[in-house]
Design a protein around this ligand. Structure first.
Ligand code: BGC
Length: 767
């Protein structure tokens, strides 16, 4: 630290201001006379996009040849922290070899709507899953002494008008979902850098929000790296600097550097604010430079193997129904006659468009990779970028399907549909593909659909098609992974990190996704993804956490280390999983928490634990998962704090959010919601629900008046059921000040104030 302070001290004001923006598109500035080198940042997240010439941030121009891993949507489906770590490590090695100090990823915005154009780059609709996987990726990458840049902080859940839109979101949804994904990643992963997003949140640009960039990110979560803007996300440079925006990328041609210099000279900002930003940037530069591995090289073939393993774990077997004879269509038998239909069999879609676009090293395709497994006949079926059916192609495909033992249709979204910078406006596959799938399955009941897409699609044919494999955008080893899974060399083990709704209109954000002009209301609040579908008990196409394989798992023997807990005590959950099939496989058991009889509006269940367990045939293993206070908490806007309701909680262990296998109950004995404060408009019902408050209230009225307005709710007995309920509701919802009308002439505002003080005093004594 002394060395950094010393360097900052020696820098001129101009040099310091200069340090706070790039020297070009990808490089930070250096200061030669002081031995500060210029280092490079490059995209991510699912491969290294190092551009040497003709730089751009939308993936338009080529970058160096690098290994393309599955995009985040697929990686998340692995539910496997180890895999994310390994991917991070591998990318770190490529960065070292290519002299890249900071890789711009992972991207961890919550998938609010399936329509967001960048969903393929994001991990999940669930913040716990997203933050856990992100922390592992960060850990892996940074173990190679290369910095992560967690992006896009925050509430960047659509591409439309991303540079001007304001996301109007409640504090609770912000805390429980949109910030939570970053919170866990920052607290556990300790990223060297965080990238702020383009958009505004509740009216204010994130890039100049002191609350988000400093109060929350640094002071609450302990982030100690540098904060970089998304490329050209800087609005007003000086405001941004004061708020906690250290580095503006790319360069501003010196214009914004001059603004900083002037602001310091005019005394508008303290030089210390600038010094602090520079110190943060220098710390990261030297963290990289001091650990630079000059001899680093990377073996593309080896890394391709990692990408293949990742692809195998990222694909999700959505459906594999028993056929008429009781057997299952997948895995396909070797030696059969198969029709492979669709150009994606030859030219798969394996990554999305925009800044994450990789110049992939070696892309494999299913047609070639499956060649040794049977007699395969190819039919194009449809034109990848078209909506309209090509009658000739369709007829050829149907013919090929008829004359084969089974048909495998390689369907998916055209490249032009999924990309950074714009959203989808529907959730459909091109019409020609839906028509083709229907036509093929009507002549060939043994039909498998293999999908290539970065975000859910509607599947109007799902009932008729017995087997569906979701490949997501699986990276360059897509073909090998598909071959291994289709023919049973490997057992599918991915689970959906997002819900697949039946239709886009079912999605809770449907009504206001995209927004009007520059405002988008997050009207669904905390009910995003399965939090909405499961609470509403809505039918979905495939639920969160769902994924099949070629073996079965039995869940058994759920135990807790305690029956009740409070405060910071943790709960240890144990259960056993057994592979009951006759082949190896991996399962991702999920732990959800459900508050029974909550008085708070809450989702039916929330994911708070998961594990990935590999088991040989017949093998059994105990899984241990620990829940902490946060696993039970909700964010109370009034108290501005995470609070825990006392009472019973159901712990649900499942193979998906809709396939709960084990249940147990644990009791939280925490005293009332912390931070509760009584005031003149606190309702009598709220007071009565807190024993200490109720006691203080009764005592005071007895002392001062000698009686209560109603003795609890008791005095309304004797009324008819409807009247009694009404009287109770009126009493319960009456604010404390209404005692003025219950005791007309006796109770005045001064009396109410004394009563409020008594109740709060009593609560304080109890705390
Ligand atoms: C994207 C970022 C990316 C940056 C640099 C921006 O358009 O939003 O994710 O890291 O460009 O390419």
């Amino acid at each position: 630290m002394r060395r950094i302070e010393e360097l900052v001290r020696q820098m001129t004001l101009e040099e310091k201001a200069g340090m706070c923006s790039g020297s070009d598109f990808w490089h930070l500035k250096g200061v030669e006379r002081l031995g500060i080198p210029s280092v490079m940042a490059a995209d991510g997240p699912h491969g290294l996009r190092r551009q040497d010439e003709a730089a751009d941030h939308l993936g338009i121009n080529d970058s160096i040849c690098a290994v393309c891993f599955p995009s985040a949507a697929g990686l998340a489906a692995s539910f496997d922290r180890e895999l994310l770590r390994k991917t991070g490590e591998t990318l770190g090695e490529e960065c070292q070899a290519e002299d890249v100090a900071v890789l711009l990823g992972p991207a961890i915005n919550i998938k609010r709507s399936p329509l967001c154009g960048r969903n393929f780059e994001y991990l999940s609709e669930d913040p716990y899953l997203s933050s856990q996987l992100a922390a592992s990726y960060i850990g892996g990458l940074q173990s190679r002494n290369v910095g992560a840049s967690v992006k896009h902080f925050a509430v960047n859940n659509q591409e439309k008008r991303r540079s001007t839109v304001t996301a109007q979101v409640s504090e609770r949804a912000l805390r429980e979902l949109y910030l939570a994904s970053f919170e866990g990643a920052v607290r556990e992963g300790k990223p060297w850098t965080v990238m702020c997003s383009y958009n505004r949140v509740n009216g204010e640009y994130v890039s100049q929000s002191r609350r988000l960039l400093t109060d929350i990110l640094r002071e609450e979560w302990g982030f100690d790296g540098f904060l970089v803007t998304d490329w050209s996300a800087c609005d007003e440079r000086v405001k941004g600097l004061v708020a906690g925006q250290d580095l503006e990328m790319p360069d501003s041609g010196g214009v914004n550097d001059r603004l900083i210099v002037e602001a310091v000279q005019k005394g508008e900002i303290e030089e210390a604010v600038l010094d602090q930003a520079v110190a943060r940037i220098l710390t990261i530069i030297f963290r990289y430079v001091d650990h630079r591995d000059e001899s680093a090289q990377f073996d593309r073939e080896k890394h391709h193997e990692v990408a293949r393993e990742a692809a195998c774990q990222s694909m999700v077997l959505l459906k594999n129904d028993a056929m008429a004879d009781g057997s299952r269509l997948l895995p396909l038998k070797k030696g059969g006659r198969y029709a492979f239909i669709g150009s994606f069999a030859k030219e798969p879609r394996y990554q999305g468009g925009g800044s994450s676009h990789i110049n992939a090293y070696r892309v494999t395709n299913a047609l070639k990779e499956c060649a040794g497994y049977g007699a395969i006949r190819f039919a194009e079926g449809f034109a990848a970028e078209q909506d309209a059916t090509d009658a000739v192609k369709l007829a050829e495909a149907v013919q090929a399907a008829k004359e084969s033992d089974a048909a495998v249709i390689f369907a998916g979204l055209p490249e032009s549909i999924e990309s950074e910078a714009y959203d989808r406006d529907h959730m459909r596959l091109p019409a020609c593909q839906n028509e083709l799938i229907r036509a093929v399955v009507s002549v060939q009941p043994n039909t498998v659909v293999v999908l290539h897409n970065g975000s859910p699609v509607e599947m109007p044919w799902a009932e008729q098609v017995p087997a569906i494999l979701e490949s997501y955008l699986a990276g360059e080893a897509v073909g090998e992974a598909q071959a291994a899974l289709l023919f049973g060399e490997r057992n599918p083990c991915g689970k959906l990190a997002e819900t697949f709704p039946l239709r886009v209109q079912d999605n809770p954000a449907w009504l206001d996704f995209g927004g009007s002009k520059d405002v988008v209301h997050y009207g669904e609040g905390i009910f995003v993804g399965y939090r909405y579908y499961d609470t509403k008990e809505m039918p979905v196409l495939f639920p969160f956490g769902h994924g099949l394989g070629y073996t079965e798992f039995a869940y058994d023997d759920l135990r807790f280390d305690r029956e009740s807990l409070c405060g910071e005590e943790t709960l240890e959950i144990r259960f056993r999983i057994r592979n009951t099939g006759d082949r190896e496989g991996s399962e991702a058991p999920q732990v959800y928490v459900h508050k029974k009889d909550s008085v708070i509006s809450r989702a039916r269940q929330e994911l708070n634990g998961f594990e990935k367990v590999a088991l040989a045939a017949g093998e059994e293993r105990e899984v241990v998962i620990r829940l902490d206070r946060r696993s039970f908490a909700w964010y109370d806007e009034e108290a501005k704090a995470w609070c825990v309701e006392p009472g019973d909680y159901e712990i649900l262990v499942g193979a998906s959010s809709r396939d709960i296998r084990l249940r147990g109950v644990v009791t939280r004995t925490d005293s009332v919601l912390e931070h509760w404060v009584c005031h003149r408009n606190t309702t009598l019902g709220e007071i009565m629900s807190r024993p200490q408050a109720a006691e203080a209230y009764r005592q005071f009225l007895q002392e001062e008046i000698g009686r209560l307005p109603f003795e609890g709710f008791g005095s309304v007995e004797g009324l008819g059921e409807g009247m009694r309920k009404m009287a109770e509701a009126i009493f319960s919802d009456s604010p404390l000040r209404s005692l003025r009308s219950f005791f007309k002439g006796t109770v005045d505002d001064h009396f109410i104030k004394r009563l409020v003080d008594r109740i709060n005093g009593h609560m304080d004594n109890e705390r």
